[in-house]
Design a protein around this ligand. Sequence first.
Ligand code: AMP
Ligand code: MG
Length: 326
Amino acid sequence: MYDAEIDFARSVVAEACTLTRRVQDRVVEAGDAHAKGDRSPVTTADLAVQAVVATRLAEHFPGDGLVAEEDSGPLDDSPTLAGKVLKLARRALPGLSLDELADAIDRGDHPGGSGGRHWVLDPVDGTKGFLRGEQYAIALALVDEGEVVVGALGCPNLPDPGDRGNGRGWIFHAARGAGARAMQTAGGAPAPISVDRIDDPSRAIVCESVEAAHAAHSVQAGIADRLGVAAEPYRIDSQCKYAVLARGEASIYLRLPRDEAYREKVWDHAAGAIVITEAGGRVTDLDGHPLDFSKGRRLATGRGIIATNGLLHDRVLQACRDELTS
Ligand code: AMP
Ligand code: MG
């Protein structure tokens, strides 16, 4: 089941990795980054990738909706940005016009929810990591009747297992009941991956956001202390956290809110969540409930997200409760 969807997700994410790579070396160049209304950054890469994925989706699965992070507003704000996005998108879509570009980006305005099928896209997850020249991900998932059933994560800078820093890039993909696989962006056969089997929390590696505004690092340090974790946290941007957990390089991912009013976006977790669960891990909110992707463009939970190798999950949840009530 979903074989055509996995092939599609994998190949469009690979195409997107090629595009974002062209930009990352030059993003510091003036005009490539733009502050959105909420002051978060968007780059030429985010907008071009969204246009390309939306266009390919309309060709391959015309009946499916798309929930995606960006809209064409920044193109109206800045003609310079619009010109750069168009040039980049035309590498994949020759002859594309500015109107077609804006229409393609705005195809990502689906409300999500529990009925039918829709795809969920974060064209560049971890834009801040992207702008720092570090890790980021292209995250695409298919939600069917409110459940994530397919996911692909393109991690263009991810090193080979065991290394940190920038490497040659990996793509992860998973489908419900079919397991999780990883392949190099350079090609080669996808190979099954799985979470580690560490059941002693003192040996666990905890991964967390680089950005202190995205997660409560001090609370997370308290949780790690309660668990007796010895290693320093592995800080890495974007859904690459789910990817490194899924291939056994970390056992715990903590994402406790800095701001309890913030609601996590479905595109920041859908692809990562299925890659983790199909690799044998578990992802829940702080109450131990699976993430609910059926509520629209955001997740309902505001209390935090925990992913683990499964074996450590209940102990991590207990440590979170203890830390938060202390
Ligand atoms: P990460 O690279 O894991 O830190 O996460 C990047 C994602 O964090 C971005 O895609 C944003 O959608 C999301 N984000 C932005 N602001 C916040 C916030 N206050 N709390 C949690 N996540 C956020
Ligand atoms: Mg994101």
